[in-house]
Design a binder for this molecule. Structure first.
Ligand code: CIR
Length: 254
């Protein structure tokens, strides 16, 4: 069984962290409806959705992906790069404890889960404004006994590694080559975002299906032309908070 941990949208989402986007008004009720539809899409694809209570004082707490990385054998709790987000991990550690042995990134390490792309036994970590080398060094120590290799990746122009590249099929990546170099990903086939949709590289793969924002129709067409099964969700309000689809859940085998 697949479990998806999510968290309700905070009433403070309008005060979220922003790095590459200008602040726009976020319609809270619409954001909540969209988030609920996202949860319904996860459930329709067979996930058991475990929605954590709202964190009223943590504007970005809907973006649970950044708080942990859950692998089949273990999980680690991140130390978030933005100070305003650091308290988000406490409740996530509690929620994950029943499922996995937990390790915790400590200072001076900092990493957001959005920077961690797991492809089989290779873990790619974006060196972004949120994630640093000391965190990568700690991850190497945690993960080596489980047979994982950790590789750092330079990203520029976007918030996280997974803003620039995500897995969309067994050996296929959806990528914005302006933000990350393709050469580091060995033996992978690439689908590039449509150049008019730079933010379109973030797709959430559940089994053989993709959850994908309806905001990027041209890239969506490219995915479908490759025979991929795409279920779209409207997450326009979460996009204004510099989020997308991977960032709103932690999905793992229960
Ligand atoms: C932030 O800047 O941290 C949030 N406003 C957006 C985080 C999105 N997370 C993700 O894509 N993994």
């Amino acid at each position: 069984m697949r479990i998806a941990i999510t968290r309700q949208v905070s009433p403070q989402i309008g005060q979220c962290e922003l790095t590459h986007l200008e602040r726009q008004v976020i319609d809270l009720e619409l954001a909540r409806r969209q988030h609920h539809q996202y949860e319904e899409a996860l459930a329709a694809l067979g996930c058991q959705v475990h929605c954590l209570p709202v964190e009223p004082d943590l504007p970005d707490s809907v973006f649970v992906e950044d708080t942990a990385v859950v692998l089949d054998e273990m999980a680690f709790i991140t130390r978030l790069g933005a100070d305003s987000r650091k308290p988000e991990t406490t409740s996530i550690a509690r929620a994950l404890e029943p499922y996995r042995q937990l390790y915790t990134i400590t200072a001076p390490g900092a990493v957001d889960g959005g920077d961690v792309l797991c492809l089989g036994k290779t873990i790619y970590v974006g060196l972004s404004s949120r994630s640093n080398q000391p965190a990568i060094d700690q991850m190497m120590v945690f993960m080596k006994p489980y047979g994982y290799t950790v590789k750092d990746v330079r990203v520029s122009g976007c918030l996280h590694l997974k803003s620039a590249v995500t897995q969309v099929a067994d050996n296929t990546l959806l990528i914005n080559p302006e933000w990350v170099e393709t050469g580091i990903f060995k033996d992978m086939y690439f689908i590039e975002v449509d150049p008019s949709e730079p933010y379109g590289a973030n797709a959430l793969l559940i089994g053989n299906n993709l959850i994908y924002p309806s905001s990027y129709p041209r890239t969506q067409r490219r995915l479908e032309e490759h025979g991929l099964s795409v279920k779209t969700v409207d997450v326009s309000e979460l996009i204004k908070a510099e989020g997308a689809v991977t960032c709103c859940s932690l999905v793992f085998k229960g």
